[in-house]
Write a new protein. Structure first.
Length: 488
């Protein structure tokens, strides 16, 4: 099965446009060449047939003149021989060779004959003779082509002034194609030179035109490739754009507006949901210490006896318990305040290795091992917030290790051509599978070993640095948090 030609889809629109324009030029050249050849053949054929007809008429008139002069139309063939010199002069006067036959196809004067006639004892073939005599025009044309001869031949029935047939004129016409071929060759050479110049010009024009046409499309492609829901998308403004490109740009700009509006609505919805969740968590965490406080106060109210010798001791224990619960609520309020009022980062070029080492030195533990594949790695960052990220993750790592085990915390920095990866690994109990999907959600807890709001704050800080955080955790084997920071 023959498939139609298709430009491979991997080619860009610009390349396709360029190739199509070049192919159009080649097709046009082939059409011009074919049309020129056809026109040349047609003109050549018409020219030679017209020339044959003119020569033949001149010879016919000369023969008619001699026949009428000597009154030979009804004379026997033998009498014609008396005027052979007059008929011979026709060849010299008109610079041609012809032959003359009677109406029965027998020769009167033979100066040139085709091989078929010669082979037939110079007598016309009956079939050919019948074609000549039965022709409405009294004329029959035939082409002779062989290794010896190649010419047009005209057989014309001759009539006297009384329209009585008296003979058949055989006139061979030999084409001289050397002149016309020279003209054709000259024309084709000039056409070839013009076509080469045109081809070079069209290649340059096609290249720059395809570049100009696709420049707007390339701009739109780049802008669309950079579109994102969580960032400011730029609109496109182009001057002198075509109607189609202008319509496409308007659609793109409208999409940018719609996307920005959708992003604002989504962000608003997310903020509302986050604050609702936060409010529920705050209410829950504050309610946790309030319940035992209420029960403790009620119990103290019923059991406290001022006259009891241990009353002062019981009062101190009661106060200590209340203060502890109040401190717990204060911690919850402080954590909520930290999460809600996280300051905008102050970005400046900093040595990531040095700042990370400063955060690690806060703990002063030998079981924290730090390594980096480069001595100095510079990034734009907020040093205070980055120290907060590292300390929070290390604290979580320490809390995840049970008291029965010796903590082993690894902090590693690996820089790559386009990004830097920071990994913090522990040998703790791991994160339960049911909590993995919610690990970065802002949760409050009163447990000293819990994640709390810390990881939510960590994620927000890393996000403000255009980074990403992920983790891999195995039950009872440990957890690895990985932070990826892109390079500017």
């Amino acid at each position: 099965m023959i498939n139609s030609f298709k430009i491979p889809e991997k080619f860009s629109f610009r390349t396709r446009l360029f190739v199509v324009m070049i192919l159009m030029l080649f097709v046009t050249g082939l059409l011009i060449l074919g049309t020129t050849g056809f026109q040349y053949e047609s003109q050549r054929e018409n020219y030679h047939l017209g020339r044959l007809n003119r020569k033949e008429i001149q010879i016919k008139r000369h023969i008619d003149y001699l026949v009428n002069k000597h009154n030979l139309s009804n004379e026997p063939d033998s009498l014609w021989n008396n005027y052979a010199p007059d008929f011979q002069k026709i060849n010299e006067i008109h610079n041609v060779q012809y032959s003359l036959f009677n109406t029965k196809g027998r020769p009167l004067f033979i100066y040139h004959s085709p091989l078929e006639v010669i082979a037939n004892d110079y007598i016309l073939d009956p079939i050919l003779l019948n074609k000549i005599l039965s022709s409405n025009e009294g004329r029959y044309l035939e082409n002779y082509s062989s290794d010896i001869d190649n010419f047009h031949a005209s057989y014309r029935l001759l009539k006297d002034r009384f329209q009585r047939p008296y003979g058949i004129l055989f006139f061979p016409y030999f084409e001289d194609i050397s002149f016309s071929e020279n003209e054709l060759n000259t024309f084709l050479q000039n056409l070839y030179r013009i076509y080469i110049i045109l081809l070079i010009g069209v290649i340059f024009i096609a290249y720059f035109l395809s570049k100009f046409v696709t420049r707007s499309l390339e701009t739109i492609r780049v802008k669309m490739g950079k579109m994102g829901l969580e960032k400011k998308n730029e609109k496109i403004y182009l001057k002198n754009a075509t109607r189609e490109i202008d319509s496409l740009i308007k659609s793109y700009n409208k999409m940018v507006d719609d996307l920005e509006e959708s992003a604002e609505k989504l962000a608003k919805t997310e903020r509302e949901n986050a604050w609702q969740e936060m409010a529920r968590q705050v209410a829950h965490e504050i309610k946790n210490p309030l319940t035992p406080m209420r029960l403790t106060i009620q119990s103290f109210e019923h059991t406290f006896n001022p006259d009891d010798p241990d009353s002062n001791k019981k009062l101190k224990e009661f106060s200590k318990l209340l203060i502890h619960q109040i401190d717990t609520m204060s911690d919850v309020a402080g954590a909520f305040s930290d999460f809600a009022t996280l300051p905008k980062p102050t970005m400046r070029d900093s040595d990531l290795v040095e700042v990370t080492q400063m955060a690690i030195n806060i703990f002063q533990h030998d079981y924290i091992v730090f390594s980096s594949n480069e001595a100095h790695i510079f990034h734009k960052m907020d040093q205070t917030q980055w120290i907060r990220v590292v300390t929070n993750l290390i604290q979580n790592a320490l809390h995840s290790v049970s008291k029965k085990k010796t903590p082993q915390i690894g902090v590693q920095i690996v820089t790559e051509p386009i990004q830097t990866i920071i990994s913090i690994t522990d040998n703790g109990s791991g994160i339960p599978d049911k909590l993995k999907s919610k690990i970065f959600e802002p949760k409050f807890t009163t447990k000293s070993a819990g994640m709390g709001l810390g990881l939510g704050i960590v994620k927000n800080i890393i996000k403000s640095h255009n980074g990403k955080i992920s983790f891999v955790s195995t039950h009872q084997k440990g957890t690895t948090f990985s932070i990826v920071l892109p390079k500017d």
